[in-house]
Design a protein around this ligand. Structure first.
Ligand SMILES: [Zn+2]
Length: 119
């Protein structure tokens, strides 16, 4: 499978390479182009996302949507959630190196464990 096989070629000749690009493009996509790909018989976007990115969660989300704006909204919501998940921000204590998920937890830890006395 070459790289181009993974691209999505819109019927207006634009090329999409990532789900993010689809999500953004939907905002400018002419209706007739959208309905070329999404209609009673098929949902090319859902097929593309499932086939190329193996993202069943995402494809399921848009599989039954035949409204451009709703699909864009669902995709954007999905992408935002996805980008938040793996990033679980870890706050590292610069004194002992312990990590915390929340900044406030780190502050509490620092106060309790490394409280400086005197000075
Ligand atoms: Zn510490």
């Amino acid at each position: 499978m070459s790289k181009e096989d993974k691209y999505f070629f819109l019927s207006n000749n634009k090329v999409l390479k990532k789900i993010e690009e689809l999500a953004l493009e939907l905002g400018n996509l002419p209706d007739e182009v959208f309905y070329n790909h999404v209609n009673q018989d098929k949902n090319d976007f859902a097929n593309w996302i499932e086939g190329v990115f193996k993202d069943k969660e995402c494809s399921k989300l848009i599989r039954n949507i035949d409204d451009k704006n709703r699909m864009q909204l669902e995709l954007l919501k999905f992408l935002v959630n996805k980008s938040l998940k793996p990033r679980k921000r870890r706050y590292k204590c610069d004194v002992c190196g312990r990590k915390f998920e929340k900044k406030v937890a780190l502050s509490v830890h620092k106060t309790v464990a490394h409280k400086k006395r005197g000075k």
